[in-house]
Design a protein around this ligand. Structure first.
Ligand code: PBG
Length: 330
């Protein structure tokens, strides 16, 4: 029996614990997703995501300045698209004067040091709430890729730093990378949602953008033909390797906490930076429990995000980025 080995020795004081701490959450790790809508001086709370707002562009710019002052390095942008601009082609997504393009230009001008990562997907622009074009009751992969390429070029032209395709169409990273290179956007990066699961945890996000798949004729009522089955892990590794070979600069795994086994397996396999999305449902669960006094908001947040980093994330997309930055800075 070994009696001299006592793991508790190094846990006996705060200083010792900090000395041997293996993962440290940093403001630099945080990416803030933001919801932008039309209008001026408008801000609407999202009821299923306490503390999160849809904001008009002027207020978004103001918020970006504050985020940057607090040390946050990057934002991830989503647009609330007006119904009359939605169709089955997604063409508003490559309108050079669209809300997303206008937002990118305004934020870049006001806060040039902030890394802008616009979402690349058709769902906010789709009358069906799908990330792809629907042809005869199916999500049309290759037609969708052509739309995503147009959207990507328009966002690059507006000044996006890193494009974040979240649609899960096959081969879109290769197509977007090729188009960027051919159009002299060689410095525009791609953060690919390589392993994105068909998850119930996206519910609050879809209500924020009114982008849930719509019940309509033979249109698929969920995203299971493109997003991954949550029962699978080896398939995620295959998705990741393909996106790496197609030219992705950063690999995303999504959602976060229920998928940390995937994060650690991908970490062991690739050397590119890994992003993990602490998604809307994860945020909502935490806030709901905290508001009821059932868990400690600050401690549960720091623990959640530190564990995501421990599993292998280099950056974490989280709606709590601002409050976590405030906690880490205090
Ligand atoms: C859509 C998109 C979704 C999220 C990010 N981009 C929802 C979906 O796939 O239906 C979810 C983010 C979240 O839940 O926080 N392309």
């Amino acid at each position: 029996m070994i009696v001299y080995s006592r793991n508790r020795r190094l846990r006996s004081s705060e200083s010792l614990r900090q000395l041997v701490q293996q993962t440290v959450l940093n403001v630099n790790d945080l990416v803030m997703p933001m919801f932008v809508m039309e209008g001026k001086d408008r801000q609407e709370p999202i009821s299923s995501m306490p503390g999160v707002f849809r904001r008009s562009l002027d207020l978004t710019v103001k918020e970006c300045k504050e985020l940057s002052r607090m040390g946050i390095k990057a934002i991830n942008l989503y647009m609330k698209v007006s119904d009359h601009l939605k169709d089955n082609t997604g063409k508003e997504s490559w309108n050079d004067d669209g809300l997303m393009q206008t937002a990118i230009k305004a934020i870049k001008e006001a806060v040039p040091e902030l890394v802008i990562m616009p979402d690349v997907a058709l769902d906010p622009y789709s009358i069906y709430g799908h990330d792809g074009i629907v042809t005869q009751g199916k999500i049309d992969n290759d037609a969708t890729n052509e739309a995503l390429v147009k959207m990507s070029l328009s966002l690059a032209k507006a000044g996006a730093d890193v494009l974040a395709p979240s649609d899960m169409m096959d081969a879109r990273v290769a197509m977007i990378r090729t188009a960027l290179e051919e159009n002299a956007y060689t410095d525009v990066g791609i953060l690919s949602y390589a392993a994105k699961y068909a998850s119930a945890f996206y519910g609050p996000f879809r209500s924020a953008l009114d982008s849930a798949p719509k019940e309509s004729g033979d249109v698929p009522k969920d995203k299971k033909t493109y997003q991954m089955d949550f029962a699978n892990s080896r398939e995620a590794l295959d998705e990741v390797l393909k996106d790496v070979s197609e030219g992705a600069d950063i690999i995303m795994i999504k959602p976060g906490l229920p998928y940390l086994d995937i994060v650690s397996q991908v970490r062991a396999m690739i050397d590119l930076p890994i992003a993990v999305y602490h998604v809307s449902g994860e945020y909502a669960m935490l806030k709901a429990a905290a508001q009821n006094g059932w868990i400690d908001n600050d401690k549960a947040l720091i623990e959640s995000l530190t564990c995501i980093k421990r599993a292998g994330a280099d950056m974490i997309f989280t709606y709590a980025a601002k409050e976590v930055a405030a906690l880490l800075n205090s």
